[in-house]
Design a binder for this molecule. Structure first.
Ligand SMILES: Nc1ncnc2c1ncn2[C@@H]1O[C@H](COP(=O)(O)OP(=O)(O)OP(=O)(O)O)[C@@H](O)[C@H]1O
Length: 257
C-alpha cells in the first residue's frame, strides 16, 4: 500500500466547552476516495477546515507526503496541493468556464509596444481549459466560453471540481458535492470523482448521502460526537452498518485504517 499523501494525527479542536474534534486521525492515499460521514455536529466541517487551512487545530499534527505542515490559512494548504471545493461554490457567475478555471491564476501576455500592462491571454487560457476539461473526462462542459451563470448546478459543480484539480493538486476535498443536485447531475459528479481518483488524486468526500458514499468511496471515515467511530469499506460493511456506527447503535471493533 502506498504512503498517505495526507495524514492527520490526533486532531483536537475545542470551541469553549464544545468539543469540535476529539483526537481525530485520518489518512488518504493517492488514487483513493475517502468518504467522511457523520450526523449533524459530528465534526465533519471542523475536520475539513483543519485540513484545508481554514481553521488551526488546538492539538495534533497534519502531514503531507510524510512531512509535517502547519497551515495558518487556506493558501498554505493550497500551496501544499490541497484544494477544497465548498458547498458554496466559489465560482464567478459572470465569467466564462475558462476564466473561472484560471481565477486568480490568469495567464497574461505582453501588452502592445512592450507596455507594462500585461493583457489577459484569453486564447491560451481557453486552449488550456479545454485541454484540462477533456483530460478530466468532463463531457458536460461543451462550450468553454459559456458564462458560468448559465450553467446547471451539476455543470457548476464540475467547473469548481475541475478548478480544484487543475493546478498540481494532490488532494481534492469535496464538501457535499451532490447535495443540491438531481439524480442525473449527481451521477455526473460521482463519475468525475471516480475519474479524479483514477487519475491518481486523493479525494476526500464529505457527504450525508449514503448511496453516493457507498458508490464511490474506497474507505469510509465515520465521525461521531467529534471523534472517529471507525473506518469501514463498502466491501466489509453495509450502508446500514455504517449508519448504525454513526448513530452509536453499533460499535466497530476492527477499523479499515
Ligand atoms: N465556530 C464555532 N463555534 C462554536 N462551536 C462550533 C463552531 N464550529 C463548530 N462548532 C461545534 O462543533 C461541533 C462540530 O461541528 P461541525 O460543524 O464540524 O459538524 P458537522 O459534522 O460538519 O455538522 P453538519 O453536518 O451539521 O454540518 C458542533 O457541536 C458545533 O456546534
Amino acid at each position: 500500500m502506498s504512503a498517505p499523501v495526507l495524514e492527520a494525527r490526533g486532531l483536537v479542536k475545542l470551541f469553549g466547552r464544545v468539543v469540535g474534534l476529539d483526537d481525530v486521525s485520518l489518512t488518504v492515499r493517492a488514487g483513493e476516495v475517502l468518504a467522511v460521514i457523520g450526523d449533524n455536529g459530528a465534526g465533519k466541517s471542523t475536520l475539513i477546515k483543519c485540513l484545508s487551512g481554514a481553521m488551526v487545530p488546538d492539538r495534533g499534527t497534519i502531514l503531507v507526503d510524510g512531512e509535517q505542515v502547519h497551515f495558518k490559512r487556506p493558501q498554505d494548504a493550497r500551496d501544499a496541493g490541497i484544494e477544497t471545493v465548498y458547498q458554496t461554490l466559489a465560482v464567478a457567475p459572470a465569467l466564462d468556464i475558462a476564466s473561472n478555471l484560471f481565477l486568480a491564476r490568469e495567464i497574461r501576455r505582453k501588452g502592445p509596444l512592450g507596455s507594462v500592462l500585461r493583457m489577459l491571454d484569453t486564447r491560451e487560457m481557453r486552449r488550456q481549459a479545454e485541454e484540462h476539461v477533456k483530460r478530466l473526462g468532463i463531457t458536460t462542459l461543451q462550450n468553454i466560453g459559456q458564462a458560468v451563470e448559465t450553467l446547471s448546478g451539476g455543470q457548476r459543480q464540475a467547473v469548481a471540481v475541475a478548478r480544484a484539480a487543475a493546478f498540481g493538486g494532490k488532494v481534492v476535498i469535496l464538501d457535499e458535492p451532490t447535495a443540491a443536485l438531481g439524480v442525473r447531475e449527481s451521477g455526473q459528479v460521482l463519475r468525475l470523482v471516480k475519474d479524479l481518483r483514477d487519475q491518481g488524486l486523493a479525494v476526500i468526500l464529505i457527504s450525508h448521502n449514503m448511496p453516493h458514499v457507498f458508490e464511490v468511496a474506497d474507505r469510509v471515515h465515520i465521525q461521531r460526537l467529534g471523534g472517529c467511530a471507525g473506518v469501514v469499506t463498502p466491501a466489509s460493511h453495509s450502508m446500514e452498518d455504517a449508519v448504525a456506527i454513526m448513530t452509536g447503535a453499533k460499535t466497530l471493533t476492527a477499523s479499515a485504517e
